[in-house]
Design a protein around this ligand. Structure first.
Ligand code: TNX
Length: 731
């Protein structure tokens, strides 16, 4: 269906009847949804002789627009500085548009005017304009047969929050500078303005530091020489990334992690740790216990040097110092650290982190930079200067930031961690599992609240960690994408959820509505396609599921505008050649119905899926594993299953085996809980499923991102005819 045609017909009808024009924002499909948007009559048509007039202060943005339009239209539009009369006019007018990063966009049949409060405002006006053109406008190759028309509108818009961020983890997996630029470009398209550049972690140091060449000569690489993996950015690469980001209104904030997550530096310079031991750069998810030693002056000299070079390179007024997930055993055992604790009157090793942060605050204060870090930085003793804390556990902790004079950014793992998959549907990519999946809707439902009377929450941030696809080693092929490059993996995880992050950050709550967003989202995929940006294709939307005499009747809607829906009714999974959906489908058993979205023959969704219903077993906790007759032996054997995600923190857990079928009970013996290979808990004696048996154990060394497994001795007593389910509950 040609929506623009439909709109024109409706518009003509409305005019003919003398009815007031409706506010068209829903149909114009702009993401993030602007503050005020009104469609007016007619359309602006771009032609090869159009002139872009601009104010001197937004020359870079004018050039950006010229280049982008050149890609898709093939025309090189003339740029004229100062030209008042131009087909597209870019004006800087802080007196007219008051809100920072705000803009006014006026599209009439004759001309386009973008008036911005600042260069970012003008850039965002351009972005809204681009979303009004056909999606091919984003293509970087000339598109034939497209009429470059944009409907006439009046838009008045500004962001609701100053911090609209994404974090990209380039430390666990090295994304090259072209990918980073693409990521920035995609962020900017959706009006996100802060990139937290996670440059340092246990598994890689990615930033060239001239004073410490081994950081990148050694710390940027994992594995043996011939097959080593990794990489880093030279300072020249960084400048190129920064130039690219500046035009697009994206501030790049370097993150230099300490005291934990810094093993890559310790490998390069073992004297940085408490023990001086030589380690290796790890090749899989790993949180090292080796911290930057807090007791030796050489550590502070190292930080001062590294942060000085970093601050000289990055113009951002923020420096991120990481600070998450330190385990303090090394500091507890280190005589140098103990001496500093004594000197400073500290009672717990963890307070050394506060001491270290204060020393860095002093260094950064001299450079006029504000320090940001993960929430832990405000939880390890009193800080001498205000900082900004990234709240990744409990959003309510912003109150603590407020009470202690700091500011906060909300990036809770429950809603904003894009390294979690979107669903539990079979075939979904392997991604982080230590929390439940995050659907687009869940991400969109993120409540940006200050949780206190005084506003200290400056915004929201999505995080793309890469520890689950580190160096491509555990990367599974994404069948619908037919490829396994980590870059595509990152895009699959980022899109479309980044659009939800964008709207949460930009649009005030009162104007946010998921149904409306989902509708606008259907038309955004074509834009991503033209950008050559991959994404997780959403399953078709089931709009009705009615019980009939003979079974069920399904009514579907496409969730990607223009894509096909293919379906099956015999329980098998559909493929791109299955029948095409054209109207409601009847099926006997609802579980026999599956449908999928097909964008192209190489890009399609997972099939719709109805998860088994375990609500009858709710009292036992979360479904974790199951057994079936064929898998059971009649002599004791070790049964191993994963329970990542169900172990969600330190505490006491109950694991229950429930027999659901058969007469030979399952006899269970000793049980072990493993964190990857490390044994965390054991229970010596077991029981028998008659019909249930429960184990209790305690976890005291939880680590986010690391897989957990259960190993238990089991056999069927007198036979193997049973089946059952295993549930895990945190007490
Ligand atoms: C926790 S969130 C981490 C990261 C992992 C992530 C995986 C945070 C500050 N630390 O080191 O990559 O979980 O989801």
């Amino acid at each position: 269906m040609d929506f623009s045609l439909l709109k024109k017909i409706c518009l003509a009808g409305a005019l003919a009847c003398g009815v007031a024009l409706p506010a068209w924002s829903e149909d114009l499909n702009v993401v993030p949804r602007p503050l005020k948007m009104q469609q007016t009559e007619g359309a602006f048509r771009l032609t090869a002789d159009a002139v872009i007039g601009y104010d001197a202060g937004v020359r870079e943005q004018a050039e950006y627009l010229q280049q982008l339009l050149q890609g898709s239209t093939g025309w090189t539009l003339e740029l004229k500085e100062g030209a008042r009369k131009a087909d597209i006019r870019l004006t800087l007018a802080p007196d007219e548009v008051k809100a920072a990063e705000g803009y006014r966009l006026s599209v009439t049949p004759k001309a386009v005017s973008v008036v911005g409060a600042d260069a970012s405002g003008v850039f965002y006006g351009i972005q809204t304009l681009l979303q009004l053109f056909p999606p091919q406008v984003y293509n970087d190759r000339p598109q034939r047969g497209v009429e470059w028309e944009a409907p006439c509108v009046e838009v008045s818009d500004a962001p609701c929050r100053p911090w609209r961020g994404m974090m990209l983890d380039v430390a666990r997996y090295f994304f090259d500078k072209d990918f980073v630029k693409k990521y920035i470009d995609m962020m900017a398209m959706y009006k996100l303005n802060k990139l937290q550049f996670h440059l340092i972690d246990d598994s890689g140091w990615r930033l060239e530091i001239k004073k410490y060449p081994r950081l990148t000569e050694v710390g940027a690489w994992a594995g043996p020489d011939s097959k080593r993996l990794g990489g880093y950015y030279t300072q020249e690469d960084i400048r190129e990334i920064l130039d690219y980001a500046r035009v697009r209104g994206v501030e790049v904030i370097p993150e230099i992690e300490f005291p934990a997550h810094i093993l890559s530096a310790v490998v390069a310079y073992p004297w940085l740790s408490c023990t001086g031991e030589q380690h290796q750069v790890p090749r899989q998810h790993f949180i090292s216990r080796d911290l930057l030693c807090a007791g030796k002056e050489s550590s502070y000299k190292f930080l001062a040097d590294v942060l000085e070079e970093t601050a000289d390179l990055f113009p951002s007024k923020y420096i991120n110092i990481g600070g998450d997930e330190a385990v303090y055993t090394r500091w507890e055992q280190c005589p140098d650290c103990q001496a500093v604790m004594k000197r400073e009157g500290l009672t717990k090793a963890s307070q050394l982190q506060g001491y270290m942060t204060n020393r860095v605050l002093e260094m950064m204060g001299k450079k006029d930079r504000t320090v940001i870090g993960w929430e832990e930085i405000i939880q390890r003793g009193k800080l001498n200067d205000p900082v900004v804390a990234l709240i990744w556990h409990r959003v309510g902790d912003t109150i603590q930031a407020t009470q202690t004079g700091h500011k906060a950014i909300l990036t809770p793992a429950t809603h904003m961690y894009l390294d979690f998959p979107e669903s539990r549907t079979p075939g979904e990519v392997k991604a982080a599992t230590w929390m439940p999946p995050i659907s687009v809707e869940k991400c969109y439902s993120m409540d940006v609240n200050d949780y206190s009377a005084q506003s200290t929450v400056i915004g929201v941030q999505g995080c793309l960690w890469s520890d689950q696809f580190i160096h491509g080693e555990v990367l599974q092929e994404i069948t619908p994408l037919n490829e396994d490059r980590s870059e595509r993996y990152a895009e699959y995880l980022t899109f479309p959820r980044l659009l939800a992050v964008s709207e949460v950050a930009w649009t005030p709550k009162a104007r946010r509505d998921y149904a409306d967003f989902a509708q606008r989202l259907t038309t955004q995929y074509a834009r991503l396609d033209n950008k050559d940006c991959s994404y997780r294709v959403p399953e078709p939307r089931i709009t009705a599921m009615e019980q009939t005499e003979g079974g069920w009747r399904f009514t579907l809607e496409p969730s990607v505008a223009g894509a096909d829906i293919r379906y099956t009714t015999d329980g098998s999974y559909p493929n791109i050649h299955s029948p095409r959906y054209t109207g409601p489908v009847a099926v006997a058993d609802k579980n026999d119905f599956h449908a999928m979205t097909v964008v192209t023959s190489r890009h399609f969704s997972l099939p719709t899926y109805f998860a088994p219903d375990y609500s009858a077993y709710k009292q036992y906790g979360e479904f974790t594993a199951q057994w079936k007759p064929l898998e059971i032996q009649t002599k004791p054997a070790t049964w191993r299953f994963e329970c990542t995600g169900k172990i969600s923190g330190n505490g006491t857990y109950e694991l229950t085996f429930v027999q659901t079928r058969g007469s030979n009970p399952l006899v269970l013996g000793g049980l072990k809980l493993l964190k990857r290979d490390e044994q965390l808990a054991t229970v010596a004696t077991g029981g028998k499923t008659a019909p249930t048996t429960t184990y209790t154990f305690t976890v005291d060394a939880f680590e986010a991102g690391t897989p957990f497994f259960i190993e238990v001795e089991a056999y069927g007593e007198g036979g193997n005819d049973t089946a059952g389910l295993v549930f895990l509950k945190k007490k």
